[in-house]
Design a protein around this ligand. Sequence first.
Ligand code: HEM
Length: 431
Amino acid sequence: MGHHAEPPMASWESTYPIMRCGYPYISAQCDRLGSNLFSSRLLLKKTLFMRGEEAAALFYDEARFTRVNAAPRRLKKTLFGEGAVQGLDGQAHRQRKALFLSLMSQPRIDALMQWVEQYWQSHLTLWQPQASITLLDEFHQLLCRAACAWCGIPLHQAEVPDMTNKLVLMVEGGAAIGPKHWASRRARRQAENALQALVSQYRQGRHDIDPSLPLAAFADFQEANGKVLPSHTVAVELINVIRPIVAVARYMVFAVMALHEYPHCLDKLKHPGAGRYRQHFIQEVRRYYPFFPFLAARVKTDFTWQGYRFKRGRQAILDLYGTNHDAQRWASPDQFYPERFENEPQAFHRFAMIPQGGSEHATQHRCPGEWITVALINWAIEKFAQQVRYDLPPQDLTIDLNVVPARPRSGLIITNVRPIDPLSVTTEENG
Ligand code: HEM
């Protein structure tokens, strides 16, 4: 390797191969080239692709990369929204981020989980007579109701399906092309308009809520200049809370799926005192199952890394999925094996296990929703391993690795859901 060399080139354009091959693409190129860094083009833009723990540490170096104007326009119009925390840098980012993190205290998370439990109980009474339910759809609706209630956003029961569809479309439409992508943009516009109207009502004193709820916290928040955020930005940031909460449904479905596919894990989880194992199981769900494939940033200043030249302005992509499945870091990375975390001291890895981004929460773009995500997956495991019985009819649970974000094809259909009768459990245990 010469000094200040250009990174190896994988192909002239990568957009089509990425769409065809999906999550494993970047990693496959790294393996083929024997390099955790390569260059190519994405949507015709020259791009550096990076994978692995060391590359992640580099990607989160603020002196070298910026997120300002880094996200493709199509993602801003669907997934993130304009003016959102994702596209801020430096001091402005830290202040806005502190607001998100202030919502993540244990009592606040407990409050969210109480809403989840309450709506679960009411869904459960609806489900019992039903022939079958698709768990992904049901979790989406359940989480939409809980998230809105938690934020102080009024949502009539009749509005739940529509609001849920809009939030799911924002998550699914970023990577989609054609009609689904445009439906996703429309869904965002409509949801933003509705929430913006609500924020105006609140500011005029016409929507009386607890000031600690996210709607009030975002509407009252003052930036460094002493001004409150424009009502549109408040709407965008509120969607930045409720949309990803709804998206956790995918991890909850993956967790329930894993209970079936790995029965020895289920046995371990049922053991009294399995708390530590449960944490490892949750970590493995987040590591193993595909979610966001990669992140985008721009090179802030010319520099050299491992002998390779990084040019100012160049687009850089960090492979999240490939880093979580990097064989240089994880033994048998493509096996679901929660026990691997027994020897991993960190609960949240800085750069090796980065399904929700890496580095630090307060100063970097790392996801502020990790604690909520873990709490929700934990809840789903507790429910489905211990508190309800149900049947799993034959179905196609294939996860297509070129569908982003990933899901089992069937959405996980279950039938005959009912609470476990505590008396029958006692009898079984005694018998
Ligand atoms: C399904 C589970 C989730 C996944 C896979 C996920 C993933 C991610 C990823 C990959 C990032 C980008 C990190 C970066 O740019 O460096 C991120 C950022 C973010 N996430 Fe999550 N997330 C999840 C759940 C949540 C939840 C539950 C919330 C809120 C309650 C949330 C709110 C956010 C926000 C506001 C950001 C932007 C942070 C910033 O730019 O500083 N996420 N998430």
